[in-house]
Design a protein. Structure first.
Length: 170
């Protein structure tokens, strides 16, 4: 009875993996498709073999040719496992180069992002230095102001003062 429980658990796990891979089939990147479909087929065959192994434990199923404890069921179960493992292995073999390429692209992207961040910091520092130099140049001119903020405040005062005189306020 323990053997039956273990075989059912094994079939449930393989079946869950198979159904998950099958449901994710259309959602992944296209370039990973070559190895992906082979792995789905492989897990499907492993699931088929695991289901046939469960039928060994029920003698009442022996009257059927394909299921139960028969030589045909043993053959089909072994073929399911053999080709399932072959397809999974070939799928991983075809899938791994794409995974390595994605890892290289991710590293290159992170490096580019860091280079861009450093360049932005460098340009920001250069822009700030130019702004400070411009403010110094303005301050050295006759009638120049120290900062553009003070210049804006003075312009506001000039605009506000005439309106205050019109309303009769000192």
């Amino acid at each position: 009875m323990l053997e039956t429980g273990i075989e059912i658990l094994r079939a449930a796990i393989i079946g869950a993996i198979f159904l998950y891979l099958r449901s994710m089939r259309g959602k992944g990147p296209f370039r990973l498709g070559k190895g992906w479909i082979l792995m789905v087929i492989g897990f499907g065959l492993l699931f088929f073999g695991a289901l046939l192994d469960i039928t060994d434990n029920f003698p009442s199923l022996s009257k059927y040719v394909i299921i139960g404890k028969t030589k045909y069921e043993d053959f089909l179960g072994d073929v399911g496992y053999l080709f399932g493992f072959i397809f999974v292995a070939i799928g991983f073999w075809k899938w791994m180069p794409a995974i390595f390429a994605l890892r290289k692209e991710k590293i290159a992207l992170n490096q580019s992002r860091e280079d861009l961040r450093l360049k932005i910091e460098e340009l920001t520092a250069e822009l700030n230095a130019i702004r400070i130099e411009l403010e110094r140049s303005k301050a050295q001119l006759p009638g120049g102001h120290v900062s553009s903020k003070e210049n804006r405040n003075e312009n506001r005062k000039e605009v506000e003062m005439p309106s205050a005189k019109k309303s009769g306020q000192p």
